[in-house]
Design a protein around this ligand. Structure first.
Ligand SMILES: C[S@@+](CC[C@H](N)C(=O)[O-])C[C@H]1O[C@@H](n2cnc3c(N)ncnc32)[C@H](O)[C@@H]1O
Length: 277
């Protein structure tokens, strides 16, 4: 087992050194399962043999990233979370902004996959702000390490399976439907997609966000792939990026470490929506 562990460590260091992606702090169980697929497809029997495959066939890197960055998502994933955002969190945020004459609404979807999550938030903000949308500066920064996913997000075209949770009214209003479902320009304009690695020490916020006072950060179904240590690092960074009274939304299987919970009000434990104190 030891040589297996060493092999994995060497392989991950090689990927980092050659491509700059740091999977060394990802959950080892997930990495092993995902790598097993690449090993079996390429006929490699050990991690070191697989490292040699990467040396001779650089296109294998692309397939490896595809397998390691799991970008399964869909619009309004976990509908209860979006119901709470729509009925409680966003109205509360907008009312507070209106009271304080603050016209900036800054949101970050960290680990946005093909854009389903940030576009879902954009739809809700458009609905809630209605005729006042143009009185506000709404930006939803949406970031991911998977450049293919970001390209698809920018195109904004989805199969039916991606939009099954979208209410009929929203589907008619915010998508054009041909063979696929294409998100309307008015929604696209609210979202700014860019590359950002949550595990990076260098960039703590989306590169184009300039300053980092976010009102709402969604980081859902990403942390589960990280070690506890990296989860903690990312979460403390996200906390620092949030405004006072800003909201943090995690995925169903993700939670704030106990000692960070004192810094937040739990808006809804089941849905993992927290408000920074
Ligand atoms: C399962 S998807 C979650 C998408 C969406 N947040 C949701 O809940 O439906 C996980 C996404 O996290 C991205 N990801 C993985 N590691 C990342 C990292 N270090 N920094 C940023 N995004 C990352 C993957 O590329 C993938 O698109």
């Amino acid at each position: 087992m030891k040589s297996n562990d060493d092999g994995l460590r060497l392989l991950l260091s090689k990927i980092y050194e050659e491509r700059g992606f740091d999977f060394r702090q990802y959950n080892t169980g997930m990495l092993r399962r995902r790598l097993a697929r690449r090993l079996s497809t390429t006929g490699a029997t050990t991690y070191l043999e697989y490292a040699r495959v990467l040396d001779v066939d650089s296109s294998e890197y692309e397939k490896l990233f595809d397998d390691l960055t799991i970008n399964v998502s869909h619009f309004f994933r976990d509908p209860l979370v979006f119901e709470l955002l729509y009925k409680v969190v966003l109205p509360e945020m907008i009312a507070y902004k209106a009271q304080h004459g603050d016209t900036y609404i800054r949101t970050w979807s960290a680990g946005c996959a093909q854009g389903e999550e940030p576009y879902s938030v954009a739809i809700l903000l458009t609905e809630l702000l209605g005729g006042q949308l143009n009185d506000y500066h709404v930006t939803i920064y949406a970031t991911d390490i998977d450049r293919n996913a970001l390209d698809k997000a920018n195109i904004g075209e989805y199969q039916e399976s991606g939009v099954l949770e979208v209410k009929k009214g929203f589907l008619d209003k915010y998508f054009s439907h041909n063979r696929s479902y294409k998100i309307k320009e008015s929604i696209k304009e609210l979202v700014d997609f860019s590359f950002h690695d949550l595990a990076s020490e260098k960039f703590i916020a989306p590169p184009r966000s300039v300053f980092a006072n976010f009102d709402l950060i969604l980081c859902r179904n990403v942390l589960i792939y990280f070690t506890r240590e990296l989860q903690r690092k990312v979460l403390s960074n996200l906390e620092a990026m949030l405004n006072k009274r800003g909201y943090l939304v995690l995925g169903e299987a993700e939670t704030l470490p106990m000692d960070m919970q004192k810094d937040f009000i739990c808006k809804d434990g089941m849905c993992k929506i927290y408000q920074k104190l």
